[in-house]
Design a protein around this ligand. Sequence first.
Ligand code: 4AD
Ligand code: MG
Length: 469
Amino acid sequence: MKELKRQRVYDLLKGKDESLVDGEVNVKGWVRTKRGNKNIAFIALNDGSIIHNIQVVVDVQTFGNDEMLKKITTGACISVNGKLVESQGSGQNVEIQAIDIELYGTADAETYPLQKKGHSLEFLREIAHLRPRTNTFGAIFRMRHALAFAIHKFYNDKGFYYLHTPIITGSDAEGAGAMFRVTTLDLHNVPKTPEGKIDHEQDFFGKETNLTVSGQLEGELGALALSNIYTFGPTFRAENSNTTRHLAEFWMIEPEMAFYDINDNQDLAEDFLKYLIRYVLENCADDLEFLQNMYDKELIERLEFVTRNNFERLSYTAAIEILEKSGEKFEFPVKWGVDLQSEHERYLVEKHFKKPVILTDYPRDIKAFYMKQNDDGKTVRAMDVLFPKIGEIIGGSQREENYDKLIGRIKEMGIPEKDIWWYLETRKFGTAPHSGFGLGFERLMLFITGMGNIRDVIPFPRTPFNAEF
Ligand code: 4AD
Ligand code: MG
């Protein structure tokens, strides 16, 4: 077969290079469908660069090679040389009249799991190794990429520095959730101390280590030197929560800013979310339209609504009053001091305010040790951003920068100082007011794609009893 530069289907369908029309081009990809008769065959070819397929037309009589044509079935991978022509049929601008085809890989029609269309999302989760080849997951993973890129662009344009915080951590101070242990000890023959405890001095790092639940504590070290930083990496939580919004491994974006107070923090969070939604509306229109048609008729309208309206800002205390007066029967009763459940968050967002909400000043007893204490002695300068259909999408706070107050809280909560002496030193040496937050990347993906289950917005979800792929 003649050597030609491969063209992305995206570029051909978007007409990136007009001069290619009527010339010979090469495309490579996976067959979505083949139909036709003994004279003509139509192959819908997809290379994952775009939701749409390019149509390859084969004049069966002149092409010959019946044997190979027969093997080109749904799922097969082929390379096609052919003439790029203005399309006769409706729906696309160009198609390819095949001159030569190389069959890279067949896909046996009897056993290829994606032979038919219309599989359920549940079934597709069981074949996570193949589901990227469906329209739905192609769209989702392209959007995931676009969002990741937009996140870096947003912070880079604002002069924030991307700080790589460690994935293996020696501290369990955050208290954000149960942790996964990291060890090289022989589990069949665990070394013990004379007191009968596991002897971590013999472990790889000479101490107990875990996968991180958050990059924040290290992020603060960066902010108190570079002023504005962000992290963007995987985080791990070993809770056994089998919900549509929890993963054991998820990605989090955590900006941390010196000299920001809680109001600056809220402004940044709102700007950030609106920027990302706008970015996707402008750059992922084809994929969004596909998801809207397939799964969620109000998707684009909902996204546009969020970019156009200010988020509602109020205190936890004011929110509790609203919930108490709502007359709504909640599964978990509300009163001042309780942690809000997703049913409460969604009531506020979807029924009461009908737009995103930022709650601040939560009771100190339900929040982490590092949050700045308010003068009332009861609340801390926490902030949660709540979204329609999702509930909490961002959690953050202004940080306690006062050494004595921070130590006081650590002692009250029984957090071992020896684990975070390095964190405490930032409050001894040149402490500064500062704030930050964490955005759950997959929660954002849920909102932006309109999907209902967090397992469907990450390529290889990690949940209890699920780490096959
Ligand atoms: O509210 P969280 O626990 O906050 C922190 O970890 C802080 N250290 C962040 C900071 O201030 N730098 O988690 C932040 C966000 C949540 O709002 C949610 O969107 C997401 O992370 N998240 C999860 N996403 C998927 N699966 C889970 N198990 C999640 N737990 C939290
Ligand atoms: Mg939280």
